[in-house]
Design a protein around this ligand. Structure first.
Ligand code: SAH
Length: 393
């Protein structure tokens, strides 16, 4: 067994069950672990404190267990997946008739750092974010099949873009179990084509489900602009909510195709909807002031801490444009999914934007990620999605 010995005092965060060991906390390594192997972590006093997946990089160990005698084997994966599945059933998001789209495993939030599993009808899409999870993908797939006990037929592995590229892992996307081209899943009674082959993330932004549902309640009679629409999630809910018209915008032509397909799937021939493949800033500049419900759900502007300043400027500029054009009495749903941007930072950017336009703005709701994307209480970094619903006078 490989042994990682920490510098003096560096065990503190692990004592509080934080699931990461940073490379700077390590005094020495006994043995030569390969990336992705399981290592034991010891304090400078020589006491066992945790075990987890080893990786080269700033996060050196992702903790799987705080118990010395807990083996990381097939039974371990089965236990963790069982817990995750039971939680989704207990909170009423799994196993319902009107919804078969949900996140089954949310990394650290489910004590499985480096692993994401989303369920789309009878297909699970599994994504590894660490070398360790990549190496045990077959074992996890086996465990998943057992735990889901007939509820899924297919497991698609999609990690070509989420693994550290320097680690020589050569991941290939593809089915680990089954194989199906039927890619329609249901979210709160609405149908969506999920593009797990080519789409972003696991194919769909499952994390906006509750926020889309909230938007539906505000849509009646409104003229809606869904900016950064991707698969058109917010647009489809706005249509069901009785919007007068819905315009979806995304710079990616493929996203616009998907949006049109999803609208057609739920509201065939409905002329209230139109989609535009165009840059957000250009569209916001040229559009008129017809919208009274605007959604801004941009990609993560800051992928890293260093990019924070530019990201905040980006959020400010984007929101300024929406505040300038939204109709009096309009409602703005504005989001940030950058983990590096805190709730406070995001708020400040949006407040500054409001102040710059001189509009009177009230906060109606403060939004976050849904319950199937839980935050491990010992890992506050797991909270990443921030949203504000604003009433603009
Ligand atoms: N709201 C979506 C998710 C948005 S993901 C949902 O609920 O599913 C972010 C989207 O922004 C991506 O589809 C990406 O193609 C698009 N995008 C990125 N940069 C853009 C730009 N400058 N203008 C318009 N769209 C952009």
């Amino acid at each position: 067994m490989y042994k990682i010995v920490l510098k003096r005092g560096k065990e503190e965060s692990l004592q509080r069950f934080h699931p990461w060991v940073f490379s700077g906390a390590i005094a020495r390594i006994e043995g030569e672990p390969e990336e992705g192997e399981v290592v034991d972590v010891y304090t400078s006093q020589g006491e066992f404190i945790a075990k987890g997946h080893w990786q080269i990089g700033s996060i050196a160990v992702r903790v799987l267990s705080f118990h010395a005698d807990e083996a990381i084997d097939a039974a371990f994966w089965q236990r963790r997946l069982t817990t995750a599945y039971a939680m989704r059933q207990h909170i009423g998001i799994a196993a319902r008739n009107d919804n078969n789209t949900y996140r089954l495993v949310h990394g650290e939030g489910d004590n499985l750092p480096g692993l994401v599993i989303d369920i789309y009808a009878r297909t699970a899409v599994m994504q590894a974010h660490s070398a360790g999870m990549h190496l045990v993908r077959m074992e996890i797939a086996e465990a998943l099949k057992k735990v889901m006990n007939g509820a899924i037929d297919n497991i698609y592995y999609k990690s070509e873009t989420t693994l550290p590229f320097k680690a020589d892992l050569y991941p290939e996307n593809g089915f680990l179990q089954g194989g199906s081209t039927d890619n329609v899943a249901t979210e709160y009674g609405l149908q969506f084509h999920i593009d797990w082959l080519k789409g972003q993330k696991t194919g769909f932004f499952v994390d906006q489900r509750e926020n889309r549902s909230l938007l539906e309640r505000y849509a009646k009679g409104r003229s809606v602009l869904n900016m950064f629409c991707y698969t058109g999630g917010f647009s489809v809910y706005a249509m069901r909510g009785g919007a007068k018209l819905v315009h979806s915008v995304d710079s990616s032509a493929k996203a616009i195709d998907l949006t049109n397909k999803n609208i057609a799937l739920n509201f065939p021939g409905d002329e209230r909807h139109e989609a535009f493949a165009e840059d957000a800033f250009k569209y916001l500049d040229r559009m008129g002031d017809q919208y009274d419900l605007i959604i801004l759900d941009p990609p993560a502007f800051a992928k890293h801490r260093d990019a924070l300043r530019n990201a905040l400027q980006g959020y400010r500029k984007l929101n300024v444009k929406a505040f300038e054009k939204i109709k009096p009495g309009g409602i703005l749903f504005t989001f940030s999914c950058s983990q590096a941007v805190s709730k406070e930072n995001f708020r400040t950017a949006v407040f500054t934007a409001a102040a710059m336009t001189g509009r009177s703005v009230r906060i109606l709701h403060q939004l976050t990620q849904p319950a199937d994307h839980p935050v491990n209480i010992y890992h506050p970094e797991g909270e990443y999605l921030k949203g504000l619903v604003l009433y603009v006078e």
